[in-house]
Design a protein around this ligand. Structure first.
Ligand code: SAH
Ligand code: SF4
Length: 443
């Protein structure tokens, strides 16, 4: 299937300032070869209120101070509100029982605690759930929850679409792209907790500033902990390349990891990158979560074709950056993702070269073999189960763990690389219809 390059379609210069309107601020998000200028942030809310979701304690303190609280009150209020938002999942200031009743309308007038809107929720026969979400400025993106016997993993998106064009990935064919804000990234985790009913019901109020509060204690809620939760892990493996939205992903994950907030341990969070080498060390230092790398091929030719960012940052450079990744050790291995494409990257020789490379760079590695998930018009097929088994055996026999990932949620297009929003699908269907009409008109 001929594929246009999303990056080239988007590579337009910033337009002139028309009719005195302010030009849209642009930020360069790298495409697979060159930066792609895109709208920087979201449109502000029409009602002028500030959405607190995604903000750190320090940032909430700042917006409270800017709204007129004195520094001490701003700091204390921020501590209380942070706890209510992220630890308790509260979306109304009125429910914040340790804040004076007289103070709550002041907050409600100036601030909101938002969530991305849910456009559609789907459930797979295997228990996987997928949500189509919409930003306040009408961009659609997706989030997936994958329940297992011993864990529940939320697959979180970092961008709407992706500026890279990995040839086997459906998201890579999307045109529309904007970075998700920290609020939209944290908002996905909040929404999942809402949907799974995982917020404590009551109690746990903090020592505050006010007498005018409801007295509420509940031992069960005080004891609320990570044990027994459905959502235990997060993978940054939804739409987008998280390292091309570095600041927002970092800020969002810091909120997710905060002990007084969502309190997920960095050991339960994995960031997957297609290989943005210059930002990998910073990811280790500033975020410190587990690293997964979308390797997918062991030769320059094949990786250049299927993961085009390889033309910019080659395999050797990538593996050197992995070897230097802060925090990687035998106890915390780097995951190398390898999509199994029939007759493309799945030979015995490929498996042996993979082993050689991982050993050459002395990488504390595990390999995740992903059967290719098909999508309409995809230019590849999945390797046969026998081929995948043989590939896995070769890597295992060399002493490197190489399990085959069971595809999840394929019936609702929720599996790896199948994410592409309904809005986009519709516009593609529309394009197909127009192409057919044109063909018919030509006779
Ligand atoms: N952009 C990041 C994270 C999102 S993709 C990255 O590329 O790493 C999450 C994983 O799904 C990546 O390893 C990606 O290569 C893989 N993937 C993409 N399309 C796929 C498909 N059609 N079948 C199987 N895996 C796919
Ligand atoms: Fe983007 Fe990852 Fe898909 Fe590549 S595999 S196009 S980097 S989302």
């Amino acid at each position: 299937m001929p594929r246009g390059c999303a990056a080239s379609r988007l590579r337009k210069p910033a337009g002139p300032c028309i009719g005195g309107a302010m030009p849209t601020p642009l930020m360069p998000i790298p495409g697979h070869i060159d930066p792609v200028p895109l709208p920087r942030e979201v449109t502000p809310r029409e009602d002028g209120r500030v959405d607190l979701i995604g903000l750190s304690r320090a940032a909430i303190t700042e917006v409270f101070a800017a709204a007129g609280l004195d520094p001490r009150a701003a700091k204390l209020r921020a501590k209380q509100v942070f706890h209510w938002i992220y630890h308790r999942g509260v979306i109304e200031f009125d429910a914040m029982t340790d804040i004076a009743k007289t103070m709550r309308p002041w907050l409600t007038e100036r601030f909101v605690i938002g969530r991305p809107a849910i456009v559609e929720a789907q459930a797979s026969t295997d228990g996987t759930r997928k949500w189509l979400l919409r930003t306040a400025d009408n961009h659609d993106f997706e989030m997936v929850f994958i329940p297992d016997a011993d864990r529940g993993t939320l697959c979180v998106s970092s961008q709407v679409g992706c500026t890279l064009n990995c040839r086997f990935c459906h998201t890579g064919t999307m045109r529309l792209v904007r970075n998700l804000t920290p609020g939209e990234i944290v908002g996905q985790v909040m929404l999942a907790r809402d949907a799974l009913g995982e917020w404590p019901k009551a109690g746990g109020t903090m020592a505050g500033l006010d007498d005018d509060v409801e007295d509420e204690t509940d031992d069960a809620a005080q004891a609320y902990s990570a044990d027994g939760r459905l959502l235990t892990n997060i993978v940054m493996m939804g739409m987008g390349e998280p390292l091309y939205n570095f600041d927002n992903v970092r800020d969002a994950l810091k909120v997710v990891m905060d002990g007084d907030g969502l309190a997920l341990s960095k050991r339960r969070i994995t960031l997957s990158t297609s290989g943005v080498v210059p930002l990998m060390a910073r990811a280790g230092d500033e975020i410190g979560v587990n690293l997964a790398v979308s390797l997918h091929a062991v030769s320059k030719d094949v990786r250049d074709e299927i993961v085009p960012i390889n033309r910019k940052f080659g395999i050797e450079e990538l593996l050197e950056a992995c070897a230097a990744y802060p925090g990687a050790s035998n106890a915390r291995r780097i995951t190398f993702e390898y999509v199994m494409l029939k007759d493309k990257n799945d030979s015995d020789a490929d498996a042996r070269e993979l082993v050689r490379l991982l050993k050459h760079y002395k990488l504390p590695a595990k390999v995740n073999l992903i059967p290719f998930n098909p999508w309409p018009g995809a230019p590849y097929e999945c390797s046969t189960p026998e081929r995948i088994r043989r590939f896995s055996d070769i890597v295992f026999e060399a002493g490197i763990s190489a399990p085959v990932r069971t595809p999840r949620g394929r019936d609702i297009d929720a599996a790896c690389g199948q994410l592409k929003t309904a809005a986009e699908r519709k516009s593609r269907a529309e394009l197909d219809r127009l192409a057919e009409e044109k063909q018919a008109a030509l006779g």
